[in-house]
Write a protein that binds this ligand. Structure first.
Ligand code: 6R9
Length: 651
């Protein structure tokens, strides 16, 4: 990590647009402004009340134990079952016939409708099957599945029997999968023969076979038949339809301690060994459930919710599985990509299921903007009432595009900042309360103590920039890095005394609202000024010809670092000779001459991680004419060849 001083993080972009909550939404909102007051008067009391939204078999004796920081314990002595909270209690309350999942496969016409009662039965059977395979509470189970209902069933079955799941994204390779299985010493792997990707079956089982050969802890592999393609078979393999299909439908959920490990999820980081982020039971479910209820204003009887993330990421864990299901939501789950079989697939799905709440990522929004406004315009999107964003800072112009083209110019947008490590949303507008600002996540949610501090850990005044930190423990915080307490302390708790360091740069505007400015490793130092990549990218995206951009600081003999911008144009735009000059001048006009890019490269694609985040590190390698660093987390490695070729030409 670069040790760039942040106190002078320049505050360049100004944004004056404001959007008040629609009055009808504000009038019936699940959470009102009072929640902020309650939480600031009594933070622990506030979280106790949020925890009361769940069913506890045994009440807790103490809300928080913070006597051994940074190792927190929440709801000490309390016991609950996560699967019971997500399923049984809704069925017992008479809502068994409510649809839990409208599943839409990638091949058009491949669909399933799963009610809460049906999902419960499947989870009970899978829980029995896992028990029959020798899995007991505390064991780790790796899950490597496509986006099919069995992925949620597998996670909930683990939770039901107290096994700790470790979901690995279905696109990862043997190295990544075997590394994660070994780090977690998983006893069982749950996988499928394959999934569908861009219209074709894509095998998963061969990667599992190779990984299991490198992972001595694995005793059994449970295989879902999804594509029906031939697979090699070993003596550890068991078909899901045999083991789960033949299992008993009776299973009584046993309660587990609030601090029982629920899951491990690996974050890829940049180059270092992946970190196994450990989440536990009671605090995690409390915050995942409460934030989903508050930020999406979920009305389980009438809303249809859709989160487009993959279950292999934390967003899929907290906002496809645990948050929505604990709240009794009806949701869409989609297996495929946004452009299969055509670029209107997302909007076709919104129209078909009358989706009311949509949660997606800036990378997707910018791609849709690039494809053109005419595509969503062909569909009826009038059912939508709240739009969410997560994963990266959303550029103000992408935010406006989202609101205008997807939200009919009237839906609130909730820009939710959080991390794998935080487990659940931390900073976000509340849709019935907040007057929103395009590009800002704005305010810590009730019960969350987020702050922006300078190098010494002092809060910056309004108008200042620095590091995002969390000053108080929160229920869904990571408890440690699996097997490495010291790395947990070093990574998150050593930069500042008694504060969690998130690794993101941020600024506070004149109203005190928070703007996320990207990872601090990406901050540029130009002629002695710290400039955030996010602000320069947002200035570029505010030009009508630009769909997306990525900005890096490349070593410069005169200025220390020079700004190099990689730009993707909107679909219909033909570049002319003057365009790059026009864009450089546009940035200078928006942000000031200090932020004017030294060089602009027009590129067809940008390097992204598999969860859609721009990998600026690789672009920095290109801009400084170095050979590329680790590309294993890259979604599409051909992208880098295209960009490097263009860079050489533009030298
Ligand atoms: C949920 C998730 C975490 C990092 C985080 C930050 C970036 C996520 C954001 C955002 C600005 C938002 N990030 N949401 N930046 N605004 N609304 O993405 O978790 O994959 O662990 O990534 O993503 O940089 O530190 P994870």
């Amino acid at each position: 990590m670069t040790d760039t001083p942040q106190e002078t993080l320049a505050n360049l972009l100004t944004e004056t647009r404001r959007f008040d909550p629609p009055p009808a939404l504000a009038a019936t909102a699940n959470v009102t402004a009072e929640a902020y007051e309650q939480a600031s008067a009594d933070r622990l009391g506030f979280w106790e009340q949020a925890a009361r939204r769940l069913h506890w078999g045994t009440d807790w004796e103490q809300t928080l134990d913070w006597t051994n920081p940074p190792f927190a314990k929440w709801f000490i002595g309390g016991k609950l079952n996560v699967a019971y909270n997500c399923l049984d209690r809704h069925v017992e309350a008479g809502n068994g016939d409510r649809v839990a999942i409208y599943w839409e496969g990638e091949p058009a016409g491949d669909e399933r409708v799963v009610t809460y009662a049906e999902l419960l039965t499947e989870v009970k059977k899978a829980a029995n099957a896992l028990t029959d395979l020798g899995v007991v509470a505390g064991d780790r189970v790796a899950i490597y599945l496509p986006m099919i209902p069995e992925a949620a069933v597998a996670m909930l079955a683990c939770a039901r029997i107290g096994a700790t799941h470790n979901v690995v994204f279905g696109g990862f390779s043997v190295d990544a999968l075997s590394g994660r299985i070994n780090d977690a010493t998983a006893k069982v792997v749950i996988t499928a023969d394959g999934g569908y990707r861009r219209g074709k079956p894509s095998a998963l089982k061969p990667t599992v076979d190779e990984s299991v050969a490198l992972a001595p802890s694995v005793e059994k592999v449970l295989v879902v038949r999804r594509t029906g393609e031939d697979v090699a078979w070993t003596d550890k393999d068991v078909w899901w339809h045999d083991a789960v299909g033949g299992a008993s439908e009776d299973h009584e959920a046993q309660d587990f301690d609030a601090e029982h490990p629920l899951f491990i999820l690996y974050t890829s980081g940049t180059t270092a060994k992946p970190k196994g982020i450990l989440h536990t039971t009671g605090g995690y479910l409390t915050q995942a459930s409460y934030t989903h209820h508050a930020v999406f204003d979920l009305k389980p009887e009438s809303d249809v919710y859709w989160c487009t993330a993959d279950i292999g990421w934390v967003t899929g864990h907290s906002y496809i599985v645990y948050g929505p299901l604990s709240n009794g939501a009806t949701q869409v789950m989609y297996e495929g990509t946004p452009d299969t079989p055509h670029r209107g697939r997302f909007w076709e799905i919104v129209e078909k299921y009358k989706v009311t709440l949509l949660y997606t990522a800036p990378t997707a929004i910018r791609t849709f903007a690039k494809w053109g406004d005419d595509i969503p315009a062909k569909f009826d999107l009038s059912s939508l009432r709240i739009l969410g964003s997560v994963g990266e800072p959303i550029n103000p112009e992408a935010w406006i595009w989202y609101r205008d083209n997807i939200g009919s110019g009237k839906t609130p947008i909730v820009d939710t900042w959080w991390q794998t490590e935080t487990g659940a949303m931390m900073i976000s507008p509340l849709p019935g309360v907040t007057s929103t600002k395009p590009g800002s996540a704005q305010r810590p949610l009730p019960g969350i103590a987020a702050d922006v501090v300078d190098d010494e850990g002092n809060s910056v005044p309004n108008g200042g920039g620095g590091y995002l930190v969390l000053r108080e423990p929160w229920p869904s915080m990571l408890r440690t890095i699996w097997g490495d307490d010291q790395r947990f302390i070093d990574t998150y708790w050593s930069k500042f005394d008694a504060m969690y360091f998130a690794g993101d740069g941020a600024k506070r505007d004149d109203d005190g609202d928070i703007w996320l400015l990207g990872r601090v490793d990406d901050v540029m130092l130009v002629s002695g000024h710290n400039i955030s990549t996010t602000e320069v990218e947002s200035a570029l995206v505010s030009h009508p010809k630009v769909a997306e951009s990525a900005v890096v600081g490349a070593t410069d003999p005169i200025t220390g670092q020079g700004i190099v911008a990689f730009v993707i144009l909107r679909g219909s735009v033909e570049p002319d000779d003057g365009l790059t000059t026009e864009l450089r001048n546009h940035v200078a006009a928006k942000l000031g001459p200090i932020a004017k890019p030294r060089q602009i490269m027009l590129v067809p694609e940008l390097p992204k991680t598999r969860s859609g985040k721009i990998m600026r590190r690789l672009l920095r390698d290109v801009a400084e004419h170095r050979s590329l660093g680790d590309v294993t987390t890259l979604q599409d490695s051909a992208v880098m060849d295209l960009i490097s070729q263009g860079m050489d030409k533009g030298k």
